[in-house]
Write a protein that binds this ligand. Structure first.
Ligand code: AMP
Length: 391
């Protein structure tokens, strides 16, 4: 019954990723009701425990305080090579613990040698950059290490001031980093380590020139750490330029055992899609839900309809100011609203631990986006549900 494949309607908007837009998606991929999905079914056998890593005692304590009892697969495979100064290509998506996989060894390096402007971390989105900074703050609490986040939508004046302070780590999105560089506020030649997080996403968003320029100016760079959910042949040229004899490490498992996501498809053919959505939202009532739409316009339209029907909802997408995005995320985290409408801007990287339901009101462009979207639920050992509505 579900054995249908379909092609995406032609998009009228700028087609930057035609490759994936025209891809045929098999609906079967969206259905794993009650089963374990193949990529998460495996249980990874650790080689190390955290205490076996040559890490400073204070750092060990902070890791334990975060509640990390054993290294995730990507951490198990990357921490030692990074400490040994190797370049890494980590094939790992969100939810694998990749952030701590590079932050833990970076913090250890800084404890051995507290260099200013030691590491430059580039992330594709503001949210992800902010999240990396939060993870850095918690993993380096009380160690006298400082970081600054350079993202759009924040005060340039304030950012310029923070760049004058001591900073051991700078985390930024390519656009704001380049703005700061153009103003002479950041000198890439001082940094020893370059981290590129969600590299595939960065290229999808058209940042390859910026990344290349930044890399070229890092004349004292000693190490490059690159993390990407996928390894596309189109990335190869740039990866070769950035890295030096990299070790490729792959992670197939998540820190959250996301095998507990119940995935369903609901066909809305001939029915009012919005009515179908409401019937899903009404059972169970008030479940913390992320609703994915394809465009900002769709997200706004859906928000209007839900608010008209008295649902506690808000939308987050690229047209909202950083302040508004932060406010909306915080209202969702604290439970002021229980429905968050989102475009793919937040599909990757955002870590909200207790999302019970993900609804794809519009289908994702490809399977990778699907996996990222549904990965917002079933986190931190909890179970989750994902429902994809198909016209
Ligand atoms: P990331 O893939 O870096 O976005 O991490 C996903 C989530 O896993 C975050 O909530 C982290 O706090 C959490 N996490 C990272 N490392 C571990 C670990 N070793 N054990 C348990 N949770 C972890």
């Amino acid at each position: 019954m579900h054995n249908i494949s379909y092609s995406r309607r032609k998009r009228t908007r700028k087609q930057t990723t035609t490759k994936s837009v025209n891809k045929t998606i098999d609906v079967n991929q969206y259905i794993h009701t009650g089963e374990q999905s193949p990529e998460t079914a495996t249980v990874y056998q650790n080689k190390y425990t955290f205490t076996e890593f040559p890490l400073h005692q204070k750092l060990q304590t902070l890791i334990a305080q975060k509640g990390y009892s054993r290294p995730s697969e990507i951490q198990d495979k990357s921490i030692i090579p990074i400490l040994q100064g190797e370049d890494i290509i980590g094939i790992a998506g969100t939810g694998t613990g990749k952030t701590a996989a590079f932050l833990i060894p970076l913090i250890q390096q800084l404890l051995e040698n507290k260099r200013h402007n030691h590491a430059l971390i580039i992330a594709p989105t503001r949210e992800l950059a902010t999240q990396i900074n939060e993870e850095f703050a918690s993993l380096s609490k009380g160690l006298g290490l400082y970081s600054t986040v350079l993202i759009g939508g924040t005060s340039v004046f304030q950012t310029l001031n923070t760049l004058k302070r001591t900073n051991h780590v700078i985390i930024g999105t390519p656009g704001r980093l380049q703005d700061m560089n153009a103003q002479g506020a950041i000198d890439y030649s001082q940094f020893k380590v370059l981290v590129l997080d969600e590299f595939d996403r960065m290229l999808d968003m058209g940042f390859s020139r910026e990344v290349q320029k930044i890399n070229n100016q890092m004349t004292s760079k000693e190490q490059s750490l690159l993390f990407s959910a996928t390894l596309d042949p189109a990335q190869e040229h740039l990866i070769r330029e950035i890295t030096n004899k990299p070790i490729v490490v792959k992670s197939a498992t998540s820190t959250h055992r996301s095998s507990s996501i119940d995935q369903q498809v609901v066909y809305t053919e001939g029915k009012d899609k919005f009515q179908v959505l409401k019937s899903i939202l009404n059972q169970p009532i008030d479940a913390k839900t992320i609703l994915f739409c394809e465009t900002k316009r769709h997200a706004n339209q859906l928000l209007k309809k839900l608010i008209n029907d008295s649902y506690a909802a808000d939308a987050i997408h690229g047209n909202k100011s950083q302040n508004r995005r932060d406010q909306t995320l915080s209202s969702f985290k604290t439970g002021k609203i229980n429905i968050l409408i989102a475009t793919d801007v937040i599909a990757r990287g955002i870590d909200i631990s207790d999302v019970e339901l993900v609804i794809n009101y519009q289908t994702p462009r490809n399977y990778a986006d699907y996996v990222h979207r549904i990965g917002r639920t079933g986190r931190a050992g909890k179970t989750g549900r994902a429902i994809t509505l198909i016209d």
